[in-house]
Design a protein around this ligand. Structure first.
Ligand SMILES: [Zn+2]
Length: 427
């Protein structure tokens, strides 16, 4: 269905649009219910992937879905799917969701909002009486945060074949427990939920998420139409010098690894940052050896986290990291190791337009914006057209128990989602 047809359809009967059936109380009640699972004393949640709390939240979601008549399935990595069958079930389904797991001091909205919003959107479609041609599926991706099993975005990564199922099953947590063992331990809880094949093809993917940044709040806007996710490169830099007595060693002969590292960090900060403040450069960890007050530092190991939305520029900036470190190393030496590379992601253009049109139709204020953080929609966009809807985060606080999005904003995002999912299901 073209945009014009979509507009004329919504103009024919505004009252039947799914957004009118999004239930504000039900949405917030379900989020409150989920916030009890793994609740922390500080008002947040601690729901690490593949723990009993994670499973409990999945099972709660499955119960709501079953009550609504949705068909619930799981796959081999533990992603959970809730399917509203379309009138043409042979067509590829529209998928929407996010993740259930949290950081150890996580908030009540990161991830879970996108899952509950997708369920509410599907329920609104059902209650509106609007037929759907394509099936619409809600998904809860497993282990997005990566705080128990690194790396992050495991479930969506396996789904999009960015990493193999076998490799993911063999990831281990800090206690040496593998993903495979954790899944097996939880298996008895899921016996009533049928398994489905891994990575079934989809038509489109839409994820609603809290912004996790201050932009929408600062601009006084209701909806973010996400254009993409900035790319990220990380490095480990090892600076090798020579230990010496802090009192006796003359400065001329010293090989002070900390002084060399300080020069590298300062030079990197100067050379990597741009006037528009788009590049993100962080040295978040720096370890000094032997870390004794009266010993000239023999070795320093520090991290570099570099992010930029433009693929080519990110590569250019990234190449400066070893160059600058080696240039600034004397009289020590530097070893620069690239640890992680995630290319910038650009979301499907037409889905951005669909989200914009839905926000505009609903009279909501919006802007196009880049996501500073990674999301499951990133891996999915590598294989299928994907899009994201952001809602404001109060003061941009996230990965924090104080994380907050106002109930009105949660409902707005869900209304946009409901209309977008419905229109996609009719294509
Ligand atoms: Zn998230």
């Amino acid at each position: 269905m073209s945009m014009t047809e979509h507009q004329s359809l919504t103009q024919v009967d505004q009252s039947a649009r799914p957004s009118n059936f999004v239930n504000h109380e039900r949405l917030n009640a379900r989020l409150s219910e989920m916030a009890k699972i793994g609740a922390t004393p500080g008002g947040g949640v601690n729901r690490a992937a593949l723990t009993p709390e994670d499973a409990k939240a999945q099972l709660q979601l499955a119960r709501w879905a079953t009550d609504l008549g949705l068909f619930v399935t799981r796959d081999a990595i533990g992603n959970l799917f809730l399917r509203l069958e379309g009138t043409q079930p042979e067509l590829l389904p529209v998928l929407s969701g996010s993740h259930i797991d949290s950081q150890p001091t996580g908030g009540k909205f990161d991830g879970i909002y996108g899952v509950i919003a997708a369920l509410e959107a599907v329920q609104a479609i059902v209650e509106s009486g609007c037929a759907v041609s394509r099936s619409v599926e809600v998904v809860a991706w497993v282990n997005e945060e990566g705080s128990r099993f690194a790396p992050s975005m495991m479930g969506s990564g396996v789904y999009a074949v960015l990493r193999s199922l076998d490799a993911a099953l063999h990831l281990v947590d800090a206690e040496g427990v593998s993903v495979k063992a954790a899944l097996q331990q939880l298996e008895p809880l899921f016996t009533s939920i049928p398994m489905r094949p891994m990575g079934l093809p989809i038509y489109r993917y839409i994820e609603a998420h809290i912004e996790q940044g201050p932009v929408l709040e600062k601009d006084g806007l209701e909806i973010g139409v996400v254009t993409g996710i900035q790319g990220k490169h990380t490095y480990k830099v090892t600076v090798t010098g020579e230990a010496a007595h802090a009192g006796t060693a003359p400065h001329k002969t010293r090989k002070d690894a900390l002084l060399a590292a300080a020069g590298m960090v300062t030079a990197l900060a100067t050379e990597l940052c741009d006037a528009q403040d788009i590049t993100r450069f962080t040295v978040g960890r720096l370890n000094v050896y032997p870390n004794a007050p009266s010993v000239v530092p023999q070795e320093v190991v520090f991290s570099v986290d570099l992010r930029h939305p433009d693929r080519e520029l990110l590569e250019q900036l990234s190449a400066l990291v070893p160059e600058v470190c080696n240039r600034m190393a004397a009289p020590c030496s530097a070893h620069v190791e690239r640890l992680y590379t995630a290319a910038p992601i650009e979301f499907d253009q037409r889905l951005q337009q669909n989200i914009e049109a839905a926000a505009r139709d609903l009279g909501m204020t919006y802007r196009f914006m880049l996501s500073a953080a990674g999301h499951d929609a990133g891996p999915i966009q590598s294989k299928y057209p994907a899009g994201m809807i952001f809602v404001p985060s109060v003061s941009g606080i996230t990965h924090n128990e104080a994380e907050l999005t106002h109930p009105r904003d949660l409902t707005n995002g869900t209304q946009v989602l409901a209309n977008v999912l419905w229109s996609l299901s009719m294509e």
